[in-house]
Design a protein around this ligand. Structure first.
Ligand SMILES: Cc1cc2nc3c(=O)[nH]c(=O)nc-3n(C[C@H](O)[C@H](O)[C@H](O)COP(=O)(O)OP(=O)(O)OC[C@H]3O[C@@H](n4cnc5c(N)ncnc54)[C@H](O)[C@@H]3O)c2cc1C
Ligand code: FES
Length: 282
């Protein structure tokens, strides 16, 4: 089911700043900000009223907050890659965009203090900083790993570093931190910090590699998947992934309404994107 707190609105852009290869964008969204949780996403109409870009683009909510004067703020980290995201990143303060939020599931927060490891790839780090703050406020130890192909694609604002116990950076080309992938450093960090739970967000291949580790060591893996979405509200089935339910049945599951946050250990990751044998209804 669509997130019951979702609303559609024309939101004014308060600021749009380039940070490395990303744009940090802030929108005025009234009390809608109160309903946003770490892991939720927003679907934004791009291209203006006469555009042929009919599909909304999905963006993870980086932070949602209320000012003392009652203004709600929604913050996003936008990587200008394709036509829609480039259009969004080119909009300036004062302009309005039509958005629907909050959408999708949120990261589950443990009731007891635990040792949590947060792993982000590229702009996949966006929802992890607000999550880190929530976990810290519940008494959890929070360690973070951020990875990208190169240093410019690591999104790690200064305040983010303050909200975690340790921050490890990996880059494929060695231009920052440890050379390699996030999955290379995980086994040692899991052991060193006695990790109970991994939260992750990033490319599918990264989520699959993390799942291989969490399944091996037997720890919980909550991941936010960024599967291509068309409608974003559960209607079109573009975004489905094979996921094993609690009853052991594998179903093609809509990541826009039953995700983006899912139990990574229950997803049947597949580079081929074929529907695997054994899926209900195949
Ligand atoms: C949950 C979620 C969170 C995200 N968070 C962020 C974020 O925080 N920051 C960020 O920069 N990006 C984020 N993205 C990615 C962002 O939505 C993409 O950049 C965007 O969809 C690509 O659009 P574009 O305008 O850059 O490219 P374009 O080429 O203009 O658009 C591609 C469009 O085609 C759709 N599409 C692609 N493949 C298929 C397919 N196989 N079937 C149907 N439709 C398809 C896409 O969904 C998109 O609407 C997120 C994506 C998801 C799903
Ligand atoms: S994007 Fe349409 S059902 Fe998920």
């Amino acid at each position: 089911m669509i997130n019951s707190k979702a609303v559609q609105m024309d939101a004014e852009i308060i600021s749009n700043k380039r940070i490395g290869t990303y744009n940090h964008m802030v929108f005025s969204v009234d009390e809608m900000a109160n309903g946003c949780r770490p892991g939720n996403f927003v679907a934004i109409a791009v291209g203006g009223p006469a555009s042929s870009m009919v599909l909304r683009r999905a963006f993870a909510i980086y932070r949602a907050s209320m000012r003392a004067d009652g203004t709600g703020l929604l913050e996003l980290v936008v990587a200008p890659l394709g036509n829609g995201s480039k259009w969004l990143a080119s909009q300036v303060a004062g302009q309005k965009v039509n958005l629907i939020a909050p959408l999708g599931t949120a990261f589950g927060i443990p009731t007891q203090p635990v040792n949590a490891l947060l792993v982000g790839g590229g702009y996949g780090s966006a929802p992890l900083f607000a999550l880190a703050e929530t976990l810290k406020s519940r008494g959890c130890r929070v360690d973070m790993v951020l990875g990208a192909s190169t240093a410019g694609k690591i999104y790690a604002p200064l305040e983010g570093k303050r909200s975690v116990n340790s921050l490890t950076i990996t880059t494929d080309d060695g231009s920052a931190g440890t050379t390699g992938r996030v999955s290379d450093v995980l086994p040692a960090l899991i052991q060193e910090h006695e990790i109970d739970l991994i939260y992750s967000c990033g490319p599918m291949a990264m989520l699959e590699a993390i799942t291989a580790i969490t399944q091996q060591v037997g720890i919980v893996h909550q991941c936010s998947v960024e599967e291509a979405m068309a409608c974003g509200i559960g209607v079109c089935m573009t975004c489905v992934l094979p996921v094993e339910g609690d009853d052991g049945v594998i179903r093609m599951t809509r990541t826009c309404v039953d995700g983006p946050v899912m139990n990574g250990n229950k997803v049947l990751w597949s580079k081929s994107r074929d529907i695997p044998d054994g899926v209900w209804g195949k």
